[in-house]
Design a protein. Structure first.
Length: 138
């Protein structure tokens, strides 16, 4: 019996030490169409510094924010009606790793996904393609 309790305690200890971050709840991917209005770099400083150093994080992380006037939204892998509806209008997305910057004033159709943890969080622009026409709304 003691042997089993010891094994259970060791397993719990190993599992608790392997967890590194708490990701956000799963969110759908949305397919948005709109005009790129601006692209800006934003630096986020990790604080408190002692916490960041305990995770071997750099002093800061750079986000690339893409502001769009979103005129159309489609569910893309979303399971529930309405999960992407909040995305219409002026919205800011962050470019995911490896995604090239779109051109300002270009009309794009993009896959977006909200996700993150305590190290990096955003409404990520995962991929996009330029399209010919965007219907603008006020």
């Amino acid at each position: 019996m003691k042997k089993y309790l010891f094994l259970a305690a060791m397993s719990a200890l190993m599992v608790s030490q392997s967890a590194q971050s708490a990701p956000t709840a799963a969110a759908p991917e949305c397919l948005v169409t709109g005009t790129v209005q601006s692209i800006e770099e934003r630096e986020h400083v990790y604080e408190p510094r002692e916490w960041a150093e305990s995770w071997n994080l750099p002093e800061s992380i750079t986000y690339i924010d893409v502001t769009m006037n979103v005129t159309a939204v489609e569910r893309y892998g979303a399971e529930m009606i309405g999960e992407c509806d909040h995305t219409l209008g002026k919205r800011v997305f962050q470019l995911d790793h490896g995604v090239e910057k779109p051109e300002i004033n270009s009309c794009i159709k993009a896959v977006t996904h909200f996700s993150g943890d305590e190290f990096r969080i955003g409404n990520w622009l995962k991929s996009f393609e330029e399209i010919d026409v965007c219907i603008e709304t006020e």
